[in-house]
Design a binder for this molecule. Structure first.
Ligand code: AMP
Ligand code: MG
Length: 282
């Protein structure tokens, strides 16, 4: 069963029609078992990705404030080897960043072969927040969709597996989470008046998200809309999307590693033969 909604370029999406509280008939306990299994698989697959060094993984996280981007990153990091992983959070651009094209700061954080990048917000802010605030025109946004597709295709052709997750929460859930932050001294540092301001613009954000996802979801980098009102379901659906994207590479990575292992053994045998019997094991 699909746990998230996979978008295809050209799809007409209505976020309003997708239930943020969807749980595929599961409860938290059932999900916990699957989360543990998927987490173990993700750990395994990302170790192979690291060792094989032929591909990289880019995870793009978008969603309104409090949708759980930070929480999901913490969850991923419990399974992924931190040595091969970097988190990049994209905030309001600095003046230096603004003096470049909008993809400049993004490209600098793209993952190298053998490594993983988790993007907390991304180049999509440049067709979302700037659009909602009227800083760019609709025509500019349409050009940017083309540029973003070309940019992601370049990364894909270079061996980057791209997983794009839109964390979908309801208006009520967001309000509850913002109010919770006020009541919890360990979370109130995250508060920002802008969160309440942006809330008012959610209908405009919805439209901007729908259009961006509908234009930028080729088969090698589709958007997935993750029901995120329940944190445990969000984790389950997101982990499942990552494992699904990486799993097809498992055999290829195993073969590459086995071939490399055989080559090392052959080289060692050669070395020992040259040094005289047994010399290389002393
Ligand atoms: P947070 O994710 O809560 O740390 O907030 C980061 C803020 O930076 C959000 O309000 C984003 O909308 C904003 N932001 C990120 N990228 C851009 C961008 N390219 N242009 C304008 N604002 C941005
Ligand atoms: Mg915030």
């Amino acid at each position: 069963m699909e746990l998230s909604v996979r978008v295809k370029t050209g799809d007409k999406i209505r976020l309003h029609d997708i239930d943020p509280g969807f749980r595929a008939g599961l409860d938290k306990e059932q999900a916990a078992e699957s989360v543990a299994e998927l987490g173990a698989k993700l750990g395994d697959l990302t170790n192979l990705l690291y060792a094989a060094g032929t591909h990289s993984l880019l995870v793009v996280l978008q969603g309104r404030d409090t949708s759980g981007k930070d929480g999901l990153i913490r969850r991923f990091l419990t399974y992924i080897n931190a040595q091969s992983c970097r988190v990049a959070s994209f905030k309001q651009p600095t003046s230096e960043e603004l003096a470049h094209d909008y993809l400049w700061r993004i490209h600098a954080q793209a993952p190298a072969r053998g490594s993983i990048a988790l993007f907390n917000r991304s180049h999509y802010e440049d067709v979302l927040v700037v659009r909602v605030h009227g800083l760019v025109t609709t025509a500019t946004c349409r050009q940017r969709f083309v540029q973003i597709n070309a940019f992601e295709e370049l990364m894909h052709r270079h061996g980057t597996v791209i997983v794009k997750l839109m964390l979908h929460i309801s208006d009520d859930e967001q309000k509850e989470r913002l109010l919770e932050r006020e009541a919890d001294p360990t979370k109130s540092w995250k508060l920002d008046i802008a969160d309440w301001e942006e809330r008012k613009r959610w209908p405009e954000y919805e439209k901007a998200y729908e259009e961006a996802m509908s234009h930028c979801s080729p088969a090698h980098a589709p958007w997935r809309i993750v029901p995120a009102d329940r944190k445990w379901f969000r984790d389950l659906a997101a982990l499942s999307a990552l494992v699904e994207a990486l799993e097809p590479h498992r055999d290829g990575w195993m073969k590459a590693l086995e071939a490399r292992g055989r080559e090392q053994i052959r080289l060692l045998a050669e070395y020992r033969a040259k040094e005289g019997a047994g010399a290389g094991t002393k």
